[in-house]
Design a protein around this ligand. Structure first.
Ligand SMILES: *Cc1c(COP(=O)(O)O)cnc(C)c1O
Length: 478
């Protein structure tokens, strides 16, 4: 389980056919250097020159401090939504950064602006949005959702925006930023929006837009998007899909997804009927942070972005991405890295990125099945995507015993001498916990459970062994 010398991030070892990261970086950066040299030699200013010892000392201090991280790329890191980007994304990003294009305006980076338009088309195609959809990359899901909610407010001023109790907290916060009244729709025990509650609210209140989540940040569950879209159509209400986490699972819905127990393919397919989508390539698209995206079905929403900047000179009539985004400067390198990644690992259901997502789905099912078979744990809810939620079986039948047990396993796993395992804690209300585990006395208002995001395909190989190892740890501390 440890000491894997052929990890995809290995710097000097070649993994079967894939070149090592060092090689990819040096080839890509080398090619950019060659282009750069073609403009003619010039001398670096002495003020920028630092001798090797000075640079190495700064970098040495930096890399020392970086060892304070948790091993996000390792299969035994099964905690939060964190993993390193694909090596091809790292190489493309590093190479692009040597030029440092700014995708705000075409002038700031013509090639990466073109690449951004192409990847937006690829994402639109994956999501079932029309080719003429308007979209662009963003710093992340927060900004993507902010733009979608802002357009929602502009389209339906004075109406509310509704989202579920399990939606990302950004929606409540952004309603505050936008001065829109939020409406929170209760969720079921799996964390999915309750349709009958939505219907009540649509009948009673003046809702302009409903936000549905395709893969909640907590439990990875999916709102009943197809049914929500139906109800909203009838009521003349817009639908925005927050697919920041789960959007790429739509690939599996495009293929033969029957083999994944509990995967709500129908609701992923219904994303195509929404007005807008936020999706984060920096979560499941193998990208470094700084890469989200927002797409609008109706390109005419571009009119809301109108601006008249004296600082920006646009050299052509072609669409400048800065004309349709709230952010100004944005890394062209982010678009370059995503574009390159999608050339190497295309958006196919059973190949490229699809094969990676399928492995994560199988990993979550293996993890859940092994939890189910273990006397030390119980599943909280079966995974719909690749996030598994579970509890250590507490010694005493109460929520305080559960809370203490979850924290004890979390700490003991992380501090295990030879083979640490990193999990995350997730807080649930007494109401939700009592509905699932009625024998646990509700002696607190909430309690922590365990949660594992299995977003690395390598989890597939190690899931069963890691859960067995966790069972041993749990028996020692609970
Ligand atoms: C991660 C996430 C966000 C926030 O996106 P950032 O990229 O972290 O800004 C919003 N919604 C959902 C469902 C998410 O998982």
């Amino acid at each position: 389980m440890s000491g894997n010398t052929s990890s995809p991030f290995s710097l000097s070892t070649t993994t079967s056919t894939q070149p090592a990261l060092n090689e990819l970086i040096s080839e890509a950066v080398g090619a950019i250097q060659e282009w750069s040299d073609g403009w003619g030699p010039y001398e670096a200013h002495p003020s920028t020159i630092v001798d090797g010892a000075g640079l190495r000392s700064a970098l040495g201090e930096f890399t020392d401090r970086m060892s304070g991280n948790y091993p996000f790329g390792h299969p035994r890191y099964a905690g939060q939504m964190l993993k390193p980007p694909h090596p091809v994304a790292i190489a493309a990003y590093a190479a692009a950064m040597c030029v440092n294009p700014n995708n705000h305006a075409l002038d700031g980076g013509p090639p990466t602006s073109e690449m951004e338009k192409e990847v937006i088309e690829d994402l639109a195609d994956m999501l079932g949005f029309p080719a003429e959809s308007l979209g662009h990359l963003t710093a992340g899901g927060t900004i993507a959702n902010l733009e979608a909610l802002w357009v929602a407010r502009e389209e339906h001023p004075n109406q509310t925006i509704a989202f579920s109790a399990d939606a990302h907290y950004t929606h409540g916060r952004m309603c505050g930023v936008l001065d829109v009244n939020p409406v929170v729709i209760p969720t079921d025990n799996h964390g999915r929006m309750r349709l009958e509650k939505l219907e009540e609210i649509l009948a009673k209140q003046d809702v302009g837009t409903v936000v549905v989540t395709a893969g909640t940040t907590g439990l990875g569950t999916v709102d009943p998007i197809a049914d929500v879209v139906d109800r909203c159509r009838e009521a003349g209400v817009r639908v925005h899909v927050d697919a920041a986490y789960g959007g790429f699972f739509r690939l599996l819905a495009n293929g033969d997804s029957e083999s994944f127990d509990g995967f709500p393919a129908r609701h992923f397919l219904a994303i195509e009927d929404a007005e807008s989508v936020a999706i984060d390539p920096h979560k499941h698209g193998l990208q470094p942070y700084g890469c989200g995206a927002v797409l609008f079905r109706d390109p005419s929403v571009g009119r809301f972005y109108k601006h008249d900047s004296p600082y920006t000179y646009f050299t052509s009539d072609d669409l400048h991405l800065g004309e349709i985004s709230l952010e100004c400067s944005r890394a062209g390198a982010a678009a370059g890295a995503l574009w390159t990644t999608l050339r190497a690992l295309p958006l196919e259901p059973s190949d490229g990125l699809g094969a990676i997502l399928a492995a994560c789905m199988r990993a979550a099912r293996t993890w859940a099945d092994t939890i189910d078979a273990s006397a030390a744990f119980e599943l909280y809810t079966a995974p719909e995507t690749d996030i598994v939620s579970y509890i250590p079986v507490p010694r005493e039948s109460s929520l305080s015993a559960l809370d203490a047990a979850s924290r004890a396993v979390f700490d003991a796993a992380m501090n295990h001498e030879e083979e640490p395992v990193f999990l995350s804690l997730y807080r649930l209300s007494a109401e939700r916990l009592s509905a699932r585990f009625p024998h646990l006395t509700a002696d607190r208002e909430d309690a922590a459970i365990l949660r594992s995001v299995l977003m690395k395909p390598e989890h597939e190989t190690y899931a069963a062994d890691i859960v067995d190892h966790l069972s041993t740890i749990a028996r020692g501390v609970v």
